[in-house]
Design a protein around this ligand. Structure first.
Ligand code: FAD
Length: 415
């Protein structure tokens, strides 16, 4: 084998999780290879991914500390309020009424003069990551380059790329997404099921300002979220029954506009589709372990969750921040960063936390995506209780901001 390169860490997957992991680990002095099967030019092109991500304020601290935030901030829209409604809201702005069962989370109640989070287009996140990787000597990008095989030897891991190159490292990180082939090859089992739901994603422009309101209506077919974007636009994440989704995807712009206006109500004035639609079949995947000798899973390779609470990438960011702390601490006391004893610290820190959140989003989706009378009654009582108690509301806001529990150093609060 003629072309062998050595790194501390090889990361398989250069998506939102893998790219960020390379930068976080390089900032701690690790030499990293990031490998992605796709051409970065294709991943950065507008038609590749129409989604936005709700980024919690704890996740935003990671972007800030890694010097990525300045590139994102001009295109990040602050979430000032979140309105969650069981059923369709009536016209909040036209006659002041909403469905009787709703929760209003107001960032001002936390008294810290900061938003509840930000909505950022995935293409903006990808651009910031790829630009930063190009400028970072500690990260070498191999893309397009497909991982063909991996061997976990006692002293090192060996990754063979399909083009014949060989990468050797102490540790391999699987950031190759929900269908992670690396996870399967390592013999790590998953718990997984498909939701009979598809996420339809589209951007709309509207006449009236959104004022930083993120809204989520729990409809029988699934949650319908309207997320505030820059330039008086909103991102829709419309969860629909899988059998019905293709018909909505095929509608012409006029018919699609009528469908979304029916769900929106008039509070944003007339809405106009701005750009194409995307659809994502929704599924739940949770790896039964996040580590094996010389292997750690992060991001969707470890846990792919329902988008109902906008937490998928935020969980991945916390994985990355926690793994960075664990590996830096291990190295600093002279340990082998690929040793299972070191990696188990990451597993202990992240698996229970992310598994509980993943299962929580699953439960929320099951509880709300139906019209079963007694269940509707029970959930509305629950919403009423949370809505009336200010500390409970504050708890949920901090939970959504991922600002509770043991925070890794990249996420820690200032001061
Ligand atoms: C509709 C929808 C809305 C969402 N909204 C939010 C939100 O508001 N907030 C939030 O936090 N999260 C949200 N998420 C979740 C979020 O999008 C994902 O958690 C995130 O994109 C996962 O990133 P990742 O890097 O782990 O995986 P991926 O994006 O799947 O990246 C995996 C990468 O690995 C590469 N790869 C795979 N196999 C190989 C191989 N053999 N060799 C080399 N490379 C390989 C692929 O090319 C790919 O680039 C949403 C998800 C959906 C579906």
């Amino acid at each position: 084998m003629s072309d062998i390169q050595n790194f501390d860490i090889v990361i398989i997957g250069g998506g939102p999780a893998g790219g960020l992991a390379g930068l976080a680990l390089a900032a701690q002095g690790f030499s990293c290879a990031v490998v992605d099967a796709m051409d970065p030019a294709e991943m950065r092109a507008a038609p590749f991914d129409g989604r936005t991500s709700a980024i919690s304020y704890a996740s935003a601290r990671v972007f800030k500390r890694l010097g990525l935030w300045d590139a994102m901030a001009p295109e990040a829209e602050a979430i000032r309020d979140i309105l969650v409604t069981d059923g369709r809201a009536k016209s909040r702005f036209s006659d002041g009424t909403v469905s009787r069962f709703f929760l209003h989370f107001d960032s001002r109640e936390l008294g810290e003069d900061q938003p509840l989070g930000w909505i950022i287009e995935n293409r903006v996140i990808r651009d910031a990551l790829f630009d930063a990787i190009a400028a970072e000597d500690g990260v070498t990008l191999f893309a397009p380059a497909r991982r063909a095989a991996t061997k976990f030897n006692p002293g090192e891991a060996v990754v063979d790329l399909a083009d014949g190159r060989r990468l050797c490292a102490k540790l391999v990180i699987a950031a190759d997404g929900r269908h992670s082939a690396l996870r399967a090859e390592a013999g790590i089992k998953t718990n997984e099921w498909r939701y009979n739901q598809t996420g339809i994603v589209a951007t709309v422009a509207h006449e009236r300002p959104h004022e930083g309101f993120a809204q989520e209506f729990f409809l029988p077919s699934g949650p319908f979220a309207i997320l505030p974007m820059t330039n008086n636009r909103s991102s829709l994440v419309w969860t629909e029954r899988t059998a019905a989704a293709p018909a909505y995807m095929a509608l012409n712009d006029k018919a699609f506009r009528i469908e979304i206006e029916n769900r929106f109500g008039p509070y944003l004035g007339p809405v106009t589709p701005a750009g194409p639609r995307w659809s994502y079949p929704l599924a739940f995947t949770l790896a039964q372990t996040y580590v094996a000798p010389r292997l750690a899973l992060i991001g969707d390779a470890a846990h792919a969750v329902h988008p109902i609470a906008g937490q998928g990438y935020n969980l991945g960011i916390k994985d990355i921040a926690a793994l960075t702390d664990v590996l830096a601490e291990g190295r600093d006391v002279g340990l082998d960063i690929g040793a299972l004893t070191v990696l188990q610290n990451y597993q202990r820190w992240r698996r229970f936390d992310s598994a509980s959140l993943a299962l929580g989003t699953d439960l929320l989706n099951r509880l709300f995506s139906n019209d079963f009378g007694p269940l509707r009654f029970a959930r509305d009582i629950g919403m009423g209780a949370v809505g009336r108690v200010k500390p409970l509301r504050a708890f949920f806001m901090r939970q959504a901001g991922a600002d509770l529990g043991a925070l890794p150093s990249l996420m820690a609060r200032e001061g």
